[in-house]
Design a protein around this ligand. Structure first.
Ligand code: AMP
Ligand code: GLY
Length: 426
């Protein structure tokens, strides 16, 4: 198979490497690959959201499968355009990607399918939204309907703060994404991510994972794309895993299918483990980043075959297999991220770190300038370890990361610490 990977972050490096390692692939191409992807892909210089140019390149290169990593090209309808010319595409259609692109749509699907989630209302005026909050009488969570790069959710501590959040988002704080809002009940509990392959009807879940969204230790400071991840969640239990499959993933997939909007690709459920059981916080229509790095470190088998089977509606023939050992991904970022940061700084020690036992260093914002590896984004590298237990995996990841240097390097010191504290704790 000749495969084309769309995107060039840490998630796409993990996908590209696993696809290149798959016995069923001969060539793996990628759009504007980062420095790490250069060793497992051939570069094509096309903008991922320029759908017609991606389609044209895929045709010219005789691509058998296109794997779309990020949400933007999915929401732009890239998979629809590829399928329209007969190229198998791994990823949801534009309409199905609305599960991530519109929180109001996602809530409506969940309500219809009976999927456990926070009670909510959908609003376009502050007056209606505020009176909904007053009736509820407690602080609530305000979410912009559309894609807002992680800035569209405000969790408030009081009714008056919820009112301010409503005015902020409807007032244009995140642009057009906030023309409509979802106001929902505030849930409490540890968060987990469950990501599954879906081919319209069949669901095959990956093991559980947790990411660390806040920039600072102890979950402090602003939200980021993700400062680290680990898999699996300790002591989650097969019963809870089955519950998530049966009460969340399968009903959502069936509801979309019955609406004539079959979902194909990675379905990502962000869940909160409440005292009343798991409840959905959000859906994404793609793999998580950096969950992908932690999960694929544990993946065993031919990823290209699994994604091709998904893209061609034969997922029922696939059984997934994972290394039972836990994995930890520690993200190294540019200084100042997620606010302003400097690019183009030389990076040292990656080769040495990669030689450490049980380690793979996934690249994100990196490139070569005159054969020197330099930073080119906020999240720079994901040092990922497989260990005999969580303590071992954490130790390996940090020891390998200690070998890597660039000016301003930032990282959290408590990635996967909650795994050591044990049972599902946040
Ligand atoms: P989302 O993008 O919807 O996942 O929201 C981002 C973050 O906001 C989540 O990871 C949670 O930490 C928090 N959050 C979202 N919805 C709720 C909720 N209903 N109750 C409490 N926290 C929430
Ligand atoms: N790590 C969270 C996300 O990819 O949305």
């Amino acid at each position: 198979m000749r495969v084309l990977v769309i995107g060039n972050g840490g998630r796409e490096h993990a996908l590209a490497k696993a696809l290149n390692d798959s016995p069923s692939t001969t060539d793996v191409y990628a759009t504007r690959p980062n420095a790490g992807m250069m060793s497992c892909t051939k570069a094509i210089d096309v903008d991922p959201i320029d759908c017609p140019s991606v389609v044209e390149s895929a045709q010219e290169l005789n691509i058998d499968l296109v794997v779309v990593g990020p949400e933007a090209p999915l929401v732009a309808g890239l998979c629809d355009q590829l399928r329209a010319v007969g190229i198998p595409a791994f990823g949801p259609s534009q309409r199905a990607a609305a599960l991530e692109g519109s929180k109001a749509f996602a809530k409506d699907v969940m309500a219809a399918a009976g999927v456990p989630t926070a009670a909510y209302g959908t609003f376009t005026t502050a007056e209606d939204a505020c009176s909904f909050v007053d009736q509820h009488g407690k602080a609530m969570v305000v979410k912009a309907d559309g894609l807002a790069a992680g800035k569209g959710v405000i969790v408030s501590e009081s009714v008056s703060e919820t009112h301010s959040a409503i005015h902020e988002i409807l007032g244009g704080f995140v642009g057009d994404a906030g023309q409509q809002i979802v106001v929902e009940e505030k849930l409490v509990g540890p968060e987990i991510s469950v990501i599954a392959l879906v081919d319209g009807t069949t669901v095959r879940a990956f093991p559980s994972a947790r990411d660390h969204k806040r920039v600072g230790d102890g979950d402090t400071g602003p939200n980021t794309g993700g400062m680290g991840a680990f898999s699996p969640i300790p002591h989650l239990g097969t019963e809870v895993e089955a519950q998530i499959l049966e009460s969340v993933l399968q009903p959502t997939v069936l509801e979309l299918h019955s609406r004539g909007i079959p979902f194909s690709g990675f379905l990502y459920a962000g869940l909160m483990m409440t005292v009343d059981g798991p409840k959905v916080l959000e859906f994404n229509a793609r793999m998580g980043d950096p969950e992908c790095q932690a999960l694929l470190m544990r993946f065993r088998g031919d990823l290209a075959q699994a994604l091709y089977a998904t893209a061609t509606n034969r997922l029922d023939e696939v059984q997934l297999d994972f290394d039972p050992r836990p994995s930890v991904c520690l993200v190294l970022t540019s200084g100042g991220y997620p606010a302003q940061y400097t690019k183009g700084l030389p990076i040292y020690g990656v080769t040495k770190a990669n030689e450490s036992p049980g380690i793979f260093v996934y690249h994100a914002g990196t490139k070569y300038v005159d054969e020197q590896l330099v930073t080119s984004g906020g999240r720079v590298l994901g040092v990922t370890a497989l260990g005999n237990d969580y303590e071992d995996a954490i130790h390996r990841a940090y020891r390998a990361a200690d070998l890597i240097h660039f000016e301003g390097l930032q990282r959290r010191s408590d990635i996967a610490a909650s795994a050591l504290r044990g049972a599902q704790r946040g």
